[in-house]
Design a protein around this ligand. Structure first.
Ligand SMILES: Cc1cc2nc3c(=O)[nH]c(=O)nc-3n(C[C@H](O)[C@H](O)[C@H](O)COP(=O)(O)OP(=O)(O)OC[C@H]3O[C@@H](n4cnc5c(N)ncnc54)[C@H](O)[C@@H]3O)c2cc1C
Length: 504
């Protein structure tokens, strides 16, 4: 390897969402200053799930110059305003994690949710937190509209993501990337040659006897991690003590009625079931722990709980929650499932792909591969993974369900970092974030309150509203009214999709 020259040859192994998102973003960012080759094997195939997202995905598409209409049309996509969690505290109860913000900021010194917490603690009449979310209101009435840019309008508090067909998204990005010069090779990587001097990857051998050299290699091979684990022996940090679900079964089904503008996650005996509404079908799956259910039982539970006719055979998947010890090692960067996997509860995997690509572009190396770049990349990525892990674990711990799996989860010893957050909220109503967290205060609030974790006392100045002359109950009523009026004028979700993409 020559030292300190620009990287000219990038090899991406794997053509799932991670591979094609990487190929699209790198070809867009690097133009013709680098040759990008993507190797994928149809015989191996992709994981084929991964259909719900969180709002930052919009930025990914925007950076690539992809229009929302083209994207939603190509992927049979729909809009997502949040996630409903059914049965996560106890059977028959549910709560909603909306995107966007609650209420409206009517006091420069006190955030809206402090007033709501104060009201709740003092047993007054503000009603459920959900009443102050425009995403919740729109979801429950099956409506959708884009956020309003005027901060005085309650619709400015709305945020959204998408549901989409993951296979179509990869195909869409493939067309995009190939149009920008990415070369695709249909082959299987059978061997990886390392430089004996510095341990960098020199080339990969393919089952068609070709050998592909590169300066930088992206491992997008899924759980197996052909480069990052197979060749670089990075090691894996197992998180199953916190996130024990290790299997999933997925079955798409026919759509019933108009698509809902939100994902539904419903508790089942040994895990939870997802329901993701697309234009042309509904994605369903059951994520479970194999210590509490067999694969046959899980498939039956899923089949019994489909709300439309199945459209394909069941797909069974195994995984181990956790992360690679290093995401970037030498000249190899793991992107996607090869880097790690938590579980799809908050639709974070595609986001982690986006995050990995953007971070790589920010810290883009030259052929010298300064180890400090990898060190910084790994530091930031570990922090991102751990924060997401804690947020996911929060969903499980405060449940009052009777099944053995759920009892085990309720008794879980959580990480110190999560315990810290819970303690601060319970004691003083403080949501303690470090400022760069993917899930902001409204998300933590939604899940803490949704799971029945309440503070002992109201935070900050919220208890002094009367002395400070803030008519809180009037403001609460105004916010609710504004949400109702704004929601009533929105088109239905199906109309909003049609308005965007036309009828074809
Ligand atoms: C049950 C489940 C539900 C999920 N739901 C969501 C969700 O709702 N939202 C979300 O954001 N994410 C979700 N995910 C995660 C999401 O599916 C993945 O992050 C995403 O699909 C990226 O996968 P990938 O491209 O890393 O791997 P894969 O899709 O597995 O692709 C791997 C690629 O590598 C290729 N390959 C492997 N070995 C070789 C080799 N030796 N030679 C050549 N090519 C090779 C394969 O052919 C394939 O093209 C879910 C995951 C699971 C398991």
């Amino acid at each position: 390897m020559k030292s300190g020259k620009q990287i000219r040859r990038i090899v991406i192994v794997g053509g799932g969402s991670a591979g094609w998102m990487s190929a699209a973003a790198l070809s867009n960012a690097l133009g013709n200053s680098a040759n990008i080759t993507l190797i994928e094997s149809e015989a191996i195939g992709t994981v084929g799930v991964g259909e719900a997202t969180i709002p930052p995905i919009r930025k990914f598409n925007q950076r690539l110059g992809i229009s929302e209409a083209d994207f939603v049309r190509a992927t049979q996509g729909s809009f997502k305003l949040g996630i409903e969690f059914a049965g996560w505290t106890k059977e028959g109860e549910s709560y909603f994690h909306p995107f966007g913000h609650y209420g409206a900021d009517f006091d420069a010194h006190v955030p809206f949710h402090h007033y709501w917490l104060s009201d709740h603690i003092h047993g007054r009449s503000a009603g459920p937190l959900d009443d102050y979310s425009i995403c919740y209101a729109a979801s429950k009435s099956g409506r959708f509209a884009h956020p309003n840019r005027d901060p005085r309008q309650v619709q400015s508090r709305l945020d959204y993501a998408y549901h989409f067909d993951a296979t179509r998204y990869a195909a869409f990005l493939r067309t995009y990337a190939e149009a920008r010069g990415v070369t695709r090779l249909e082959a299987r990587v059978t061997d990886v040659a390392l430089d004996p001097e510095n341990g960098h990857i020199l080339n990969v051998s393919l089952d068609n006897n070709q050998s592909i050299e590169g300066d930088l290699f992206l491992d997008c091979t899924g759980f197996i991690g052909v480069l990052i684990e197979g060749a670089m022996k990075t090691g894996y940090e197992d998180w199953s003590r916190w996130l024990p679900c290790n299997r999933a079964v997925a079955i798409p089904s026919e759509s019933k009625g108009e698509p809902l503008p939100y994902t539904r996650s419903t508790c089942r005996e040994a895990g939870w079931q997802w329901r993701i509404p697309l234009q042309h079908r509904t994605g369903n799956g059951y994520v479970y722990c194999d210590r509490f259910s067999t694969a046959e039982k899980a498939e039956q539970v899923l089949r019994d709980n489909l709300d439309g006719a199945p459209l394909a055979d069941a797909k069974h998947l195994r995984f181990l929650t956790g992360r690679r010890n290093k995401f970037w090692k030498k000249n190899c960067v793991a992107v996607g499932l090869s880097a790690g996997f938590m579980e799809p509860l908050e639709s974070t995997s595609l986001h982690l792909i986006q995050f990995a690509i953007m971070r790589l572009l920010t810290l883009f190396p030259d052929t010298e591969m300064s180890p400090l770049l990898a060190e910084e990349y790994n530091r930031l990525t570990v922090a991102e993974y751990e924060r997401i892990r804690d947020f996911l674990v929060l969903h499980y711990i405060a449940n009052e369900r009777d099944e053995p799996f759920w009892k085990e989860m309720a008794a879980l010893e959580v990480s110190e970092s999560l315990q810290f957050k819970i303690d601060h909220f319970r004691e003083n109503g403080v949501i303690s974030l470090d400022g760069r967290e993917l899930f902001g205060k409204p998300s933590w609030l939604a899940v803490l309150i949704g799971q029945g974790v309440f503070p002992k006392r109201a935070p900050g100045l919220s208890g002094r509203a009367a002395e400070r002359g803030i008519p809180v109950s009037t403001r609460f009523a105004q916010v609710k009214d504004a949400i109702t009026v704004a929601t009533d004028t929105m088109p239905t979700h199906a109309e909003a999709i049609r308005n965007l993409i036309g009828n074809n």
